[in-house]
Design a protein around this ligand. Structure first.
Ligand SMILES: [Zn+2]
Length: 217
C-alpha cells in the first residue's frame, strides 16, 4: 500500500481549483444543460452503434443529465458551504471523520473512481460543523479529478478556512479505469494522503490519525 504524501497540484488550476469553475456556455436548450447531446450521439455512432435505435434514442439526453449532475461540484463554492458553520471552540484534541463515501470521475478517462475519505484536524480555536466535511468532499469530488489533487484540495481548504494546528486527509479509492481494463488490478486500491501542520511535523499526531483511520475494529 502506497501512503505517499501528495504534492500540491492546486496551483496548476489558476484559482487553485477551489472556486466556482466555469460551466460550458454551449448549452442550447434547458434540457440539454451541457449542450452535449449531439456529441453523445456522434460518440455512439463512433463506437459502432446506431444512435437511432430504440434503446439509445434517449441516451444522449440521459448522458447529458448524468454528466451535469456528476460534475456539479463546478457550481459549488466551498466558502458558502463552510462559511456559515464555523464556531469558536476551545477544543484542542483531534477531530476525525472517517469513512466519508466518495464518488468522482478521473480526468484521464472520465471513468468513475470511488472509495472513502478520512478527514482529521486539530483545531486552534475554531471548529466546523461535522456535517460540512462530507459536503466539502462533494464539492471537489464532483468534478473531473485526479485522486492526489482531490486529497490536497480538501486539506488546503480546511487549512485556509479553519487555520487549525494541522489537517490530515486520507483517501482510499478504486479506479474503474484500472479495474475494467486490467486483469490483475481488480482489487487494487489507491491510497493518497495530505498532511499539514502538526500532522506533518509531529509523529505522534500523525500516528494517532493513521491508527484511527486504518485500525478498523
Ligand atoms: Zn483514469
Amino acid at each position: 500500500m502506497v501512503l505517499a504524501e501528495a504534492r500540491s497540484q492546486a496551483h496548476r488550476n489558476g484559482d487553485g481549483g477551489r472556486g466556482v469553475g466555469p460551466r460550458s456556455r454551449r448549452a442550447r436548450s434547458p434540457e440539454d444543460r451541457l449542450g452535449i447531446e449531439p456529441h453523445v450521439a456522434a460518440l455512439l455512432e463512433a463506437v459502432g452503434e446506431d444512435p437511432a435505435r430504440e434503446g439509445l434514442a434517449r441516451t444522449p439526453r440521459r448522458v447529458s443529465e448524468a454528466l451535469h449532475w456528476l460534475t456539479r461540484g463546478y457550481e459549488m463554492d466551498y466558502r458558502k458551504i463552510i462559511g456559515g458553520a464555523l464556531f469558536n471552540e476551545a477544543h484542542e484534541s483531534m477531530i476525525v471523520v472517517r469513512d466519508i463515501e466518495l464518488y468522482s470521475l478521473c480526468e484521464h478517462h472520465m471513468l468513475p473512481f470511488f472509495g472513502r475519505a478520512h478527514i482529521a484536524y486539530v483545531p486552534d480555536g475554531r471548529i466546523v460543523g461535522l456535517s460540512k466535511l462530507p459536503r466539502l468532499v462533494e464539492v471537489f469530488a464532483r468534478r473531473l479529478q485526479v485522486q492526489e489533487r482531490l486529497t490536497d484540495q480538501i486539506a488546503d481548504v480546511l487549512t485556509e478556512v479553519l487555520q487549525p494546528r494541522g489537517v490530515g486527509v486520507v483517501i482510499e479509492a478504486s479506479h474503474l479505469c484500472m479495474m475494467m481494463r486490467g486483469v490483475e488490478k481488480q482489487n487494487s486500491r489507491t491510497v493518497t494522503s495530505a498532511l499539514r501542520g502538526v500532522f506533518r511535523s509531529c509523529a505522534m499526531t500523525r500516528d494517532e490519525f493513521l491508527r484511527l483511520v486504518h485500525g478498523r475494529p
